[in-house]
Write a new protein. Structure first.
Length: 266
């Protein structure tokens, strides 16, 4: 993930983003539920034992609740990224989480054991743009988002990689907020981010992403990554990019930082 090596000509002054916005009408400030972000019951989003007791194998619901809580993930020992799911991915996870059918249960996202600390360790890994919303997700790091929780202007967006066809089979339908064909065709997320293609909101909308400026602002820049989930030896869950950068849920700044960034994989 491009946390340390943001291209200099695209970097803004992060200090200017350290104040939280007062505009609670912005899409990022709205949750899909009536959850109170100061509720101490949010312990179950961070604590492994409380998490497992509440969710069991329903990882889809866990991801939805992280989104609803506007949860932040601590990357690289202090860079706070708000997790945001696209509407399409949230809808798909909702169907999975509430279904009792075996077919839907097989679509539950996977959190890999701790002996899979890098994406290249997971079964059937290959260097490509493929994702299945189960083992691997499409996503973007988005910077300069003035309304992002965590006070740093960072968002980590996960989107759906699923495509469907219209009823008359005349067209393919994809997540309108998901990766563009250009992002898919040019994806090389296993490489160092310095050599990769960053996009601004104007370019993403020209490539077909809907409402990107409205949701994240005109000044943001993005880099697309594939992500997967894994546990550490203590049972904490980590959201990790293909390039090795990763973060764990941390809803309060006073929580002890966990430094497992680009130089700490194990």
């Amino acid at each position: 993930l491009g946390f340390v090596t943001l291209p200099h000509h695209k970097a803004n002054n992060i200090n200017s983003l350290n104040k939280r916005s007062e505009n609670n009408n912005h899409p990022l400030c709205k949750s899909s539920s009536s959850a109170d972000e100061n509720d101490m019951s949010y312990l179950y989003l961070e604590d492994p034992q409380a998490r497992d007791e509440k969710y069991g194998k329903n990882i889809a619901k866990y991801l939805m609740d992280l989104h609803d809580a506007k949860a932040t993930f601590n990357f690289c020992g202090g860079m706070m990224f708000q997790l945001v799911l696209t509407k399409e991915l949230y809808s798909q996870l909702s169907k999975i989480s509430s279904s009792s059918s075996q077919k839907q249960k097989q679509k539950q996202p996977v959190i890999f054991p701790s002996d899979n600390p890098r994406m290249h360790n997971i079964p059937n890994y290959s260097q490509d743009a493929n994702a299945d919303n189960i083992q691997v997700f499409h996503g973007r790091e988005i910077r300069n988002v003035k309304h992002a929780k965590g006070g740093m202007g960072f968002v980590l967006q996960l989107s759906s990689s699923a495509t469907t066809t219209t009823t008359d089979s005349s067209a393919t339908v994809r997540d309108p907020e998901g990766w563009t064909p250009q992002e898919i065709n040019g994806y090389d997320g296993w490489k160092h981010d310095v050599s990769r293609t960053w996009r601004n909101s104007e370019r993403l909308e020209k490539e077909g992403v809907q409402n990107f400026k409205k949701d994240f602002g005109e000044d943001c820049i993005t880099l697309n990554h594939r992500f997967y989930l894994h546990y550490d030896q203590g049972g904490s869950m980590w959201l990790a990019a293909e390039d090795g950068c990763e973060g764990t849920p941390q809803l309060k700044a006073s929580s002890a930082p966990r430094n497992r960034g680009i130089f700490s994989f194990f």
